[in-house]
Design a protein around this ligand. Structure first.
Ligand SMILES: NC(=O)c1ccc[n+]([C@@H]2O[C@H](COP(=O)([O-])OP(=O)(O)OC[C@H]3O[C@@H](n4cnc5c(N)ncnc54)[C@H](O)[C@@H]3O)[C@@H](O)[C@H]2O)c1
Length: 331
């Protein structure tokens, strides 16, 4: 099935999605929209500066929303009401109420697929970890530790990400949301949350540059979580502790490779002190060279549209759940 597609917001993510859509082959990009016309230079598709004008004018099946966070809810609701399938970047709006508003419209338009870009679920190490957990060879997951941090940048305070009206929140809503989503993906919804949210170093941005949380599920699985914009050495680490073994995801393949090479290692519980294995069991290590997450994510969206699947990653329920954890962490 070929799908007429528009992309609203054509900065870094808009262009990443554009390349992934072209590579997929089933999406015909018919129009692009950005507040800044310079961002559309060199592209031959129909061009717009105003997203409402674009949606009112262009006949399309699919809308990609890659704008700043503040525009996401209005665009998503309007595009669903127009009868389009919608792929929107994370976060699903600035607040829990934004996510709930989009969910309500999605419920009224069940013929349309709504998917949010929680693309970390499509990284190779995460896919492998999910398969290992589902295989049962490491027993059941009992607790986890997730750390995700970056250093900001010289222009961090002047970026739109540091403007609360455009972004809605600091590092937790921008980057930490991905780690929170992975903890939720592996452990299920959290019912008890304790947190500490601070502005420790980036005093100009007046939003959190560090967020810490302890999260617990109904069945007593516990996760600790740290999201940071003061992680001067970039870091991605997710540890999954199971009753019969342990998985560690270290590093993450991104365009800058500043998080280190993406690896997954796992061990099985071995208490044989006499063989020297106690505390240092045989370790299995996978090293991943490429990042195929963008392609896999777009393909899942395409399959959801064509095969009318019931569930997909990043649906409206996921969005509301994650924004509810975030609201509780901020509280
Ligand atoms: N999935 C991921 O891993 C991931 C990674 C980075 C960013 N994001 C998300 O993607 C979105 C865009 O981030 P980015 O890094 O591409 O930022 P960016 O600044 O590179 O691009 C955003 C673009 O949207 C345009 N824009 C903003 N509001 C608009 C509006 N109302 N109408 C038309 N154009 C508008 C801006 O002019 C800009 O060119 C954000 O929501 C961000 O949180 C997701």
């Amino acid at each position: 099935m070929r799908l007429k597609t528009v992309i609203l917001g054509f900065g870094k993510m808009g262009k990443i999605r554009y390349r992934a859509l072209k590579a997929h082959g089933s999406f015909d990009v018919v129009a692009l929209c950005d507040l800044d016309p310079k961002n559309l230079d060199g592209y031959s598709e129909r061009q717009f500066a105003d997203w409402q004008d674009c949606l009112n004018t262009v006949d399309c099946d699919v809308v990609f929303v890659c704008t700043y966070n503040n525009s996401i809810p209005d665009i998503v609701c309007r595009a669903l009401e127009k009868g389009c399938h919608v792929f929107a970047e994370k976060p699903p709006g600035k607040t829990l109420e934004d996510a709930q508003r989009m969910q309500k419209v999605a419920e009224r338009t069940p013929q349309c697929i709504l998917k949010f870009g929680f693309n970390h679920r499509f990284h190779a190490s995460v896919i492998e970890a999910k398969a290992l957990l589902d295989s049962g060879i490491l027993g059941s997951l009992v607790c986890a530790r997730g750390v995700y941090g970056k250093a900001g940048s010289r222009d961090f305070p002047s970026q739109w990400r540091s403007d609360k009206t455009l972004a809605g929140g600091g590092i937790l809503l921008d980057q930490g949301i991905h780690m929170l989503d992975l903890l939720y993906y592996f452990m299920g919804p959290f019912t008890h949350i304790q947190s500490e949210v601070d502005n420790l170093v980036w005093k100009d941005i007046r939003m959190e540059d560090n967020a810490f949380a302890l999260l617990k599920t109904q069945d007593n699985k516990v996760a600790s979580f740290h999201s940071s914009a003061t992680q001067w050495q970039h870091k991605f680490q997710l540890e999954l502790i199971c009753s019969q073994g342990y998985i560690s995801l270290d590093g993450f393949n991104t365009s800058t490779q500043s998080y280190g090479q993406e690896t997954l290692s796992y061990v099985k519980k071995d208490l044989l002190e006499e063989t020297g294995k106690l505390g240092n069991p045989a370790k299995y290590v996978y090293i991943f060279e490429n990042d195929n997450s963008w392609a896999l994510e777009i393909d899942e969206f395409h399959q959801a549209i064509c095969r009318k699947r019931d569930t997909w990653n990043g649906n409206a329920t996921d969005a509301v759940n994650i924004m509810s954890f975030i609201a509780q962490i901020y509280r």
